[in-house]
Each structure stands twice: as structure tokens, then as C-alpha cells.
Write a protein that binds this ligand. Structure first.
Ligand code: NAD
Length: 353
């Protein structure tokens, strides 16, 4: 029998979730959607032929208890909507970042545990061919001892607009929006070590840069004079419990030549970079680069469909969940510590209760 699906938040990224559910064919049926902007929910329902739509998640969950729920709201509503869906007996795929902070993230994980339901995180980069190849090489010991990593997501002129600049709805700027992808991916490739100490800095030197004419991606909620109460650049050093260190940097706006989205992982036997996956090592007393044949990159549309498929398969007991709530909580602990360190100018120890 088809698993029933509900969508909470009918904006930009919810279309990618819908693509993933559609790709599952008869295995699932999207039965309901909701958005606090009810017109948006109605348009979305009409676009995809969804039989029921609602102005909030509570009215949706009262009438339907879908097996699978995608939470695609802005960040400040992730915790509330996810907990409501878990308490209604649904399994949840929640968009990144998991929440506004670690306290909310812990409450979400507790709700999943209490209800015996799956809470999966939308860390789409974990589903790429590059990530799969990297994990394979790391697991088989090709990198040796991994002791350093670098993760960059730098845009020159890439503030998406809309709520992304409003800290009360986003929780922060490029660190929580973009940094979250690359910090998680680096940590995943490294084998999910636990963060212990963080030193971070954030800057708001350039701002929204909304006067620039650009052809880049903009949020559906973009407006002419956007609120901009977030950082435009964040950088941090994260030390893990195995002694390894990750250097991360993320910007909406920065005066650099070329935007980058680089992951580099360094071990004592080899290093690697992603998208596409490449390995840097020694061979026959020479310095050697190893490029494996085939598609070893990340493809947003293909890998988004894979993420939704993994959610369905994990709920159905057919595959392990690739992005657990536990990993989401660790990520939020890192982000909290970066913002705290940036505010105080001191390094922050991550303490787990
Ligand atoms: N995985 C990715 O690569 C990726 C890409 C873009 C966005 N995202 C994430 O997806 C989420 C949504 O981003 P977006 O670009 O689609 O934003 P969006 O503004 O286009 O859509 C968000 C929608 O949520 C609705 N909403 C807000 N609070 C709600 C609530 N309490 N109940 C129901 N609906 C509510 C809004 O009205 C809006 O329609 C964010 O968390 C963002 O970080 C992820």
C-alpha cells in the first residue's frame, strides 16, 4: 500500500521534495500540503494535484496523519512543525538547517525518539556520487589518518533575499544557510567525529548587496529592500574528539574572484576533494592524482530525488537513513559554538549534557 505524504511549507525547495516523491511512483501518495500563506498552499495543491490543502500544519495533521512529512518552511518553523508532525505519528524529513539552535534540535530528536519515528535531515550533499566514492575510499583506509579538512562555500554576490537575511526567521546568514551543507559533508566524509572546540568569527561588512544586478538564484520571498540582520561572512576552526581540525568559511557576499564550493579532506596516506571526487596521493615514489572513471560528482536534482528515496526506504526498513537527527544535533552544536565564539572573541568548548 502506498505511504501517505504531507508537505509543510510550499515554497521553493518543496518543489524538489515533490520531484522526489513523484519519482517514487506508486509507492507514495502526496495527500495534503499546508502553508501559512494559504494562497501558496492552494497554488501548490493545484500544480501537483494534491487533494487537500491547509493554512497550517495543525489543521493538516488533525485530519491526516501522513506516514511521511517533508518540513520545508523557513528555519524558525522547523522545530515547531517537525515536533507537531512527530507527535502526530509521522516520520519527518526536515530541511537543513535542522533548527535555529541546538536546544531546538535536541527537542526535535527527543520527539522522534519518544514517538519511535524517523527524523531525517535534508543534508542533500550526502547523497552525491562524490560523497559515496569518498566514504568508500575513507572506509577502506586509503586516506590513512584524517587530521585536517577544509570546507568552503563562498559566494561573491549571493544573498538569496527574502527571509534569508532576517535573523528572526533564518537564525543567521551564510553559516547556517550554506556553511551547514559543507560542514556536514566534511564531517560525514571524516566519519562523523564529534566536535569539541570551536573558534569562529563572523562579519557584516558588505550587507545584502541588493543594489547589484545579478542573475544568481533568489528566494521566492525576495523583496526590493530586504531585511539584513545576519552576517555576510563566517569563518571557523572546528576541533573534533579525534584531534582532527576542520576549517570552514561561508559567505553570501565577499570581494573574491571566483565563487567556490570546495571540500578538501587530508589524511597521512592521501587527500581528496569533491565534486568531482579526486584522490591525491603517492605512487611509485611519485606524487599522483587519482581520478576514477564515471560520474563522480554531485547533481542537485538527481541527488535530491535520492534523498527523498532514502527517506522512504529508511522508513520502510529497506535502507539505513543517511542523515540522522543525531548528526543534525551535532551540526547545530557546531553552529551555536561558531556564533558564540564570534560574539565573545573566545574559543568555545562544546559541552554535552
Ligand atoms: N537542501 C537545499 O539545498 C536547500 C535549498 C534551498 C532551501 N533549503 C531550505 O529549505 C527551507 C525552505 O527554503 P525555501 O527557499 O523553500 O523558502 P521559501 O520562502 O521559498 O518557502 C518557505 C515556505 O514556508 C512557509 N512557512 C513558514 N512558516 C510556516 C509554518 N509554520 N507552517 C507552514 N508553512 C510555513 C512560508 O510561507 C513559505 O511559503 C529552508 O530551511 C532552507 O534552508 C534547502
Amino acid at each position: 500500500m502506498a505511504l501517505k505524504v504531507g508537505i509543510i511549507g510550499c515554497g521553493g525547495i518543496s518543489n524538489s521534495h515533490m520531484s522526489g516523491y513523484k519519482a517514487l511512483g506508486d509507492a507514495v501518495e502526496v495527500v495534503a500540503c499546508c502553508d501559512i500563506n494559504f494562497e501558496k498552499a492552494q497554488e501548490y495543491a493545484a500544480r501537483y494535484g494534491i487533494p487537500h490543502c491547509y493554512p497550517d500544519c495543525y489543521s493538516m495533521l488533525k485530519e491526516f496523519q501522513p506516514d511521511l512529512v517533508s518540513v520545508c518552511t523557513w528555519n524558525s518553523a522547523h522545530a515547531e512543525c517537525t515536533i507537531a508532525a512527530l507527535n502526530a505519528g509521522c516520520n519527518v524529513l526536515c530541511e537543513k538547517p535542522m533548527a535555529m539552535n541546538a536546544k531546538e534540535a535536541v527537542a526535535m530528536k527527543e520527539a522522534a525518539d519518544k514517538n519511535g519515528k524517523l527524523l531525517m535531515l535534508g543534508f542533500v550533499r550526502r547523497h552525491g556520487n562524490d560523497a559515496a566514492a569518498a566514504r568508500d575510499f575513507v572506509e577502506k583506509g586509503f586516506l590513512g589518518d584524517i587530521y585536517y579538512a577544509k570546507a568552503s562555500y563562498l559566494r561573491r554576490c549571493g544573498f538569496p533575499g527574502g527571509w534569508f537575511g532576517d535573523k528572526s526567521r533564518s537564525g543567521g546568514g551564510p553559516l547556517i544557510d550554506l556553511g551547514v551543507h559543507v560542514i556536514d559533508l566534511a564531517r560525514y566524509i571524516m566519519g562523523n567525529p564529534k566536535p569539541v572546540t570551536v573558534f569562529g568569527a563572523t562579519f557584516d561588512k558588505i550587507g545584502a548587496r541588493d543594489h547589484i544586478k545579478t542573475t544568481g538564484w533568489v528566494s521566492e520571498t525576495a523583496v526590493d529592500k530586504p531585511i539584513f540582520t545576519v552576517e555576510d561572512l563566517a569563518t571557523a576552526m572546528i576541533r573534533f574528539d579525534n584531534g582532527a581540525v576542520l576549517h570552514v568559511e561561508a559567505s553570501f557576499n565577499l570581494n573574491l574572484k571566483n565563487p567556490t564550493g570546495d571540500i578538501n579532506i587530508f589524511g597521512d596516506k592521501a587527500g581528496l576533494s569533491l565534486d568531482p571526487f579526486e584522490l591525491y596521493t603517492e605512487c611509485n615514489d611519485r606524487i599522483a592524482d587519482i581520478v576514477i572513471h564515471g560520474d563522480n560528482g554531485f547533481d542537485f536534482h538527481r541527488d535530491f530525488d535520492r534523498e527523498v528515496k532514502n527517506f522512504y526506504e529508511a522508513v520502510s526498513g529497506k535502507a539505513p537513513c543517511l542523515a540522522t537527527a543525531e548528526d543534525g544535533v551535532e551540526l547545530m552544536r557546531i553552529l551555536d559554538a561558531v556564533y558564540e565564539s564570534a560574539a565573545t572573541g573566545r574559543s568555545v568548548d562544546i559541552v554535552r549534557e
